[in-house]
Each structure stands twice: as C-alpha cells, then as structure tokens.
Design a protein around this ligand. Sequence first.
Ligand code: G6P
Length: 598
Amino acid sequence: MCGIVGIVKRHGKVVRDLINALKKLEYRGYDSAGIAILSDGEIYVTKGVGTIDKVIDPTKDIKDGSVGIGHTRWATHGEVSEENAHPHVSCNREVAVVHNGTLDGFNAIRNQLMNRGHVFSSETDTEVIAHLIEEKLNEIRDPVKAFSRAVYELKGSYAIASIIKGHNLILLARNKSPLVIGIGNGENYCASDVAALLHKTNRFIFLKDGEIALITPDSVDVWSLNDGIMEKVNRRVEIVDWSPQLLDKGNYEYFMLKEIYEQPYILKKLAKSVYYYKRFSDQLLKYSERGGISIVAAGTSYHAGLIGKFLLSKLAGARSEVIIASEFPEWSSHIGKDDVILAISQSGETADVLEAVRIAKSKEAKVLAITNVPGSTLTRLSDENVFIQAGPEVGVAATKTFLAQVAVLHILSSLISQERTLQIKEELLDISDSLESSMRYIDSASRKISSLLMDKEHVFFLGRGINYPTALEGALKLKEISYIHAEGYPAGEYKHGPLALIEENVPSIVLIPIDDKIRKKIIYNIMEICSRGAFAITIQPKDIDVPSDFSLPLDVKSELTSPMLYVVPLQLIAYYTATSLGRNPDKPRNLAKSVTVE
Ligand code: G6P
C-alpha cells in the first residue's frame, strides 16, 4: 500500500505542503512516515515510526527547500522501524526515493549491488532503487537517462518518486501502482492519488503503467519505457471536480461519522443522475446477452457485488456470478471472450481487482468498472466505467461508498429492466428523505445498541435474501474497527454450524424482512437462537411485531431497497462500539483503505 507524494517549486519551501498532502494519504498506511528535502545542495531525511504528526514536526528544526518527497508506510518488506521507513537514500546520499508497491526478485539485485560495494541500511525492497540510480548516475550524469536505466531493471509493482542532489526536479516511474501528477503555477506535484493534492490543484495528468516522468516547477515530461527505450508521450491534463472541503472533517470527530452522515445527500445526487448510467447499463445488457456477467470485487465492494447479483436477477432477469477478486485467478477458467466482468472497486486501485481484470482481458472478456476515484487504474484498464459519485472517502472502513455502490447497482438493474427507471429515482429520493429526517434517531438507537456490544467477544449478524449481504457488511464493519469478533450469516444457514457458538447473552443482530413469507422464516430463526440464551437485536420495519430484546424500527418501504436503510445503523453501531472502546475508526490497526498488494 503506502502513500507517496512529491512537490517541486520555483519559489518557496515544501515541508508544510508535503505534510498536508501526506496526511491526506494516511488512509493508505500509517505505520511509519518520512520526507526527504533538497536544501542547500544536500538531501536531508526526516523519518520514523508512527503517524506523520508524530514523526515530522515542522516547528522543530527541519531543513526546508524547494523540492521534496514524502511517504506514509504500510509495511510489506521489513518490519516497522525507523530504518525501514521511507525515504531511502543511496550510499553517497546523492539520491533519495519513496516507493509504493513490491519489487519482484529484489534480493538478487540487492546481492549484486552489495557485491559491487553498496552498503544497505534497511531490509526494504525500495532501497535497491536508490542504489541502482546512484550506479546509473555514475555511468551517465543525465538524471532522466540514469533514472530510466535503473527503472528498466526493476520488476514488480511500483510508483516511485526520486530526488537527486543538485537538481530542482522529481523523477517518477509507475507500474501497477497508482501515481498522479498535479499541475500548479510555478510548482508541480505528484502523489498516489488526487485526494492528496486537491488543496493545491484540480488539474491532473494520470500516468500509465510503464511510463516515467520528469517534473520541474514549470514543466512535466512523460515517456513510455519500451525495452529500455524512452519514447516521449503527450498526456492530456484532466480536471477533477472534487472539492477540497470534502477532505475536511468539519465538526465531526472522525471522517467515518462524517461520511455516514453524507449518505442521504449522495442518494439525492444519484437519484438526479440516473441517466448518466444509461450508456453503461446498455453495454452491460449487450455483453450479458452474449455471455455471462462475473462481478469481481473485494471487501465491502464484494458485499455490494452480492447485492448487485440479487438485483440483476430480480429486476433484470440477468444471470451473474460474484467472485472475490483475490480468488479470481483460480475460479475463472470458464471465462472467455463472450463474457463481461463487472469490476466494483471504491478506490479503483485494489491489486486483487486489477489482477482479476488483467486476467479477464487476457481472455478477451469485456471489462466494465464501477468505481469512485477519477483517474484510478481501474478506469484506465476497463473498456467502460462509471463513477458512484460519493466524493472522496477517507475513513478506512467503507461506508458512504457501499451505499452509493448499492444505489448504482439498483439504477443499472432498473435501467436494464426498463420498467423501473422512473421508480428507482423516486425510491432513492424517498430513502434519502427518510434517512435525512431519521438520522439523529438512528444515531442514538445505534449508540444504545453499541453499549450492549462493547464487552462482548462475539457478535452475529443475520439476514435473509437481499439482506444477507447487508449482514455480512454489518459484521465486517464491526470487526474491522472495534476488533470484536463478528460473523455475518444467512439466517437459515446459521443452524448448520454457528448455532453451536450461541450461549447465554451472545448478541445476534437480525435484519428483519418486510416481506411476510421471509419474515416468518427469520422469526423461527430468532426463536431458535433466543431459546439458547442469545440476545436478539432486531433492525426492522416499523409497526411490525417481532420477538426481540432490543429493536430499532425503520421506515422501510420495500424489501429490495432495504439494504440502503439497514446498513446505516450497522455502520453507526460499529462506529460507536469502536469509539467507546477507544479505537480510532478512521485508522483501524493493520488495515489500509487501498490495498495495492496482492
Ligand atoms: C480494503 C478496505 C476496505 C475495502 C476493500 C476493497 O480492505 O479496507 O474498506 O472494502 O479494501 O477496496 P476497493 O477500493 O476495491 O473497494
């Protein structure tokens, strides 16, 4: 994972800007951080273990200058330590690099470099890049040529930013890890994603795999690197219309809470742009008539994908399957040129999703993508893509983007079925109004429920039909941010195993269907667990009588759209359980928002 950033200015200093940009990238990893600055002709590095605020204090005596690079780390090679934190420098301190990705076979390069006298000070794969560039600079003093020769020897995934003593420039390379260039006035930037730079610019150049770039305060040059030969390419400047305010917590204590509260407004926005999705839904229909639809996603997006499968079947009569992205290589032998892959990814950068897409493309399948982040790798790899229009999501646990993905899948299935096109618009507006007016009530009821979970070891989430994936999502939210063991289950399947774990006071959160027939079945399930001492909490349609120890009634109008309502208390229950236990929901331990390693 990791986040990288670089800034080069004609006038002025870069440290404060680097810190601001790095903080926006902390969701990518936050076990260590660092910056390298070129000042008075020397490279100065400040780095250490912990968050950016802990490691870099701009009020202390830190060297500043007009060019610098920075990094926030999520460890892959080498333990979390000051030595392994980025940036890494070459032996003669002429070169500093930051890197996101993993290099294949880096040990072999490292051994060769050590045999040639290089001394390494970390266990990381990244450090080989700095030493390689130093060697190439000894062969040829032109920094771009030396850099490209070093990059040519690298295999694996990388987004690299490097500074070189004596030069007011940053060198960049990208392969399978995200890297964008931001365009300023008398200054230019690079970062792992646009969100890091929105406070500086909304003009971006998106690098492609296999490209290298040189940025100076007044220029950006991009080359593709084919068999070591550099070919100049022209890259269009694209405008990103996200406002920097969306990256501000405002009065909320955490981004997660702010993002949960944004949900009614996102639904409203989506309701107003139903026809933006028409071309995409036409493509989905066209390709699905030829072959099958395989939905591919990870984490929360996978749960949205399961709901998508349900909706495609129910509303559009379309057959589809859902494959967890990391399992795709093993489970996709049947996919061929007549099939379509529907890749769902908030970030558009999840390595497992991108790998699945590359495999599908190699089999000539079509790739349609649903994502949130403009310019992300998935948008470049896919044949068609649409955005879920949720704005940047900072909290590591996905909330508003899940709701937006589900809403977009509703829109697509409704557009395919045609009859429901107008209805879905009304339904989204209705859920948006209902959420907006009941948010405070849902908040306080969820807070009460969280107080019942705080001291528990296990919590179960049960649902049926379209709310089985919602139950999975509720369990994922709780475990990822509160660290309480949680399992989501289809309520009917529960008696085939997990029931053995039920004992006195184990809480089960049950999502009650509006549909009578399914509701009857789930009531039996509740009775089964309660007779074994479980504590049943129901999230349910109002004015319906269901056996439970604590109920949260909501204004649910239809079974099919109920996940968009039910998921909100589940998010808030996870949020309040985590915060009451003193855990930071925006930065859960060991997790990162964008997982760019397989
Ligand atoms: C990580 C995040 C999850 C997210 C998953 C898939 O694990 O912590 O919140 O659901 O990646 O991310 P994507 O960007 O592909 O939707």
